[in-house]
Design a protein around this ligand. Structure first.
Ligand code: NG6
Ligand code: CA
Length: 503
């Protein structure tokens, strides 16, 4: 090559390089980072290494060490559907009568006109996707699984969806992509009922010999992959998911979404199914935790998250991605199957120092792990600010410069980005349609009917016939009821609670 040719080549090379740089600059704006919201199912405050858990969660811990950890982060509710409703819409779920644990055939809970995180981000130019657990209803009451489902995530702001309809323990046990059941054979249509079985279909009650995972309470209807579920299902043989590869399937879809959208801002709601029941780790993870399937699937989820982060790194977009990691509600050991979760727990404390668990108004129900991570933009640290998943909507709206109408969501953007230590002052928490108030370091639980303990799950519900008042700074385990001894604080709390609830 002549000297002239060489310098010409060099010039071209430099030109391409600077063009790429300029292109990257457009993408890497601080106001439009990619957003990945990782939402776990039933993961307790203490289930992660960074909150003192004994299960190895190195990838999640890396996010915690490089990001902002919230010690006072809350899900809106102690169960799945209401928490997910609040997360996406920024509205308290107790304002919505049907925001309760849904069956697999329940209609779409979110109104088509309602604001959602996905809609707001879409308006700001984002491509939006959900991969994983939906559990917010589908259709308008009459669901035909063999046709395109007209109402679902795609109608409330998601450009792309790859979901399970409800929970892993509920039928239909199929994946749904943009409203269509994946791998459905039209000659083997799916029927689903939560009322009665289909003639000739085996259930755990009449065919116990077909059951490979023993049920403890409920979960004795249709058997899929040897696992008895809640609800009855017929047909759709080719479409049925394989439980042990669910994590891989969701990961693959999440990676595909990221790869397809690496050149434009995207929002990925990655709603993992772990460690909800039935706990079905991939063989690669069986026995890894020493705590039985519950520990194993938490390790599997951690690995899955690590893989997704590697993809972001490989595509060179990790630095331009805001990651939020949290869980829909607190932990439960026995949630319906015999799977050694209780027997093999050892000294690990899924609920950390809190009392209660999933379904409970006591702290462990809603006080969940929460962190934000954004390399180069969020200084690593720990925040004591009171924040709720409700606040993600208003905060992300602010980040991308969109306005929203009045909701229960508070704009805590600078807190989520670690630039302020100010959180909300108060928050109404919900568990199984009962509510309580957290304000500053205080919790007030009004009198509620119902059992003190859920026997099958061995969880203290927080329901008592009298008022309860706890100071979380002195009494994180909510053992000492101060309602009698601190009447003035109690009355102040009742007043705030009733004002918010409009009572
Ligand atoms: C409960 C189920 C439980 C689980 C839960 C949903 C019984 C007694 N218990 O009704 O096993 O499926 O619903 O969990 O049936 S959630 O995390 O999706 O809210
Ligand atoms: Ca859940």
């Amino acid at each position: 090559l002549s000297f002239l040719n060489k310098s010409y080549l060099l010039l071209c090379f430099l030109l391409v390089l600077s063009c790429n740089k300029a292109k990257n600059k457009i993408q890497q704006t601080d106001s439009k980072p990619n957003i990945v919201l990782i939402y776990m199912d039933d993961l307790g405050y203490g289930d992660v290494g960074f909150n003192g858990g004994e299960i190895a969660t190195p990838h999640i811990d890396n996010l915690a060490n490089g990001g902002m950890v919230f010690e006072n982060g809350y899900a809106s509710s102690a169960t799945c559907t209401p928490s997910r409703y609040a997360l996406l819409t920024g509205m308290y779920p107790w304002r919505k009568k049907d925001a309760k644990i849904l069956t697999g055939t329940a209609p779409l809970l979110i109104d088509e006109n309602q604001e959602t995180i996905a809609k707001v981000l879409k308006k700001a130019g984002y491509t939006t996707g959900i991969v994983g657990k939906w559990h917010l209803g589908l259709g308008n009451g009459t669901l035909n699984w063999n046709k395109q489902i007209a109402l679902g995530p795609n109608q409330v702001g998601f450009d792309h969806s790859y979901i399970m309809a409800a929970t892993q323990d509920r039928v239909p046990t199929v994946y749904i992509e943009n409203g269509n059941v994946v791998n459905l054979d039209p000659n083997d249509p799916i029927e689903v009922s939560y009322e009665e079985n289909f003639i000739g279909e085996p259930t755990a009650l009449d065919h116990p010999e077909l059951v490979e995972m023993k049920w403890h309470h409920t979960h004795n209807n249709s058997i899929v992959n040897g696992i008895p579920r809640i609800g009855f299902m017929k047909g759709g043989t080719n479409a049925k998911w394989v439980d042990t590869t669910m994590s891989k399937t969701f990961l693959k879809e999440a990676q595909r979404f990221v790869t397809d959208n690496k050149d434009n801002p995207f929002f990925l709601y990655f709603a993992l199914h772990q460690p909800h029941v039935p706990r079905t780790p991939n063989p690669k993870f069986v026995g890894k935790s020493g705590m039985g399937p519950r520990g194993d699937v938490i390790m599997e989820a951690d690995w899955t998250i690590g893989q997704l982060i590697s993809t972001l790194e490989e595509k060179n977009i990790l630095n331009n991605t805001l990651i939020i990691f949290t869980s829909d509600n607190g932990p439960v050991l026995n949630d319906g199957y015999y799977d050694d979760a209780v027997e093999k727990l050892g000294s690990h404390k899924p609920w950390g120092e809190f009392s209660g668990g999933k379904y409970s108004l006591l702290e462990a129900g809603t006080h969940i792990p929460l962190l934000t991570y954004w390399k180069g933009n969020i200084e690593p640290g720990v925040s004591k600010a009171l924040v709720s998943q409700l606040d993600i909507l208003a905060s992300l709206s602010d980040l991308v410069g969109e306005s929203i109408t009045k909701t229960d969501s508070k704009n805590l953007l600078s807190t989520f980005l670690g630039k302020s230590s100010v959180g909300r002052t108060e928050l109404v928490i919900e568990a199984m349609s009962k509510t309580a108030l957290r304000k500053d370091e205080w919790v007030m639980i009004p009198p509620h009917k119902g059992p003190k303990v859920m026997k099958s799950q061995n969880i203290v519900t927080g329901s008592l016939g009298d008022y309860q008042l706890y100071n979380l700074i002195n009494d994180i385990g909510e053992q000492e009821n101060l309602a009698q001894s601190n009447a003035s604080k109690l009355h102040e709390m009742i007043k705030v609670f009733e004002d918010i609830k409009g009572e």
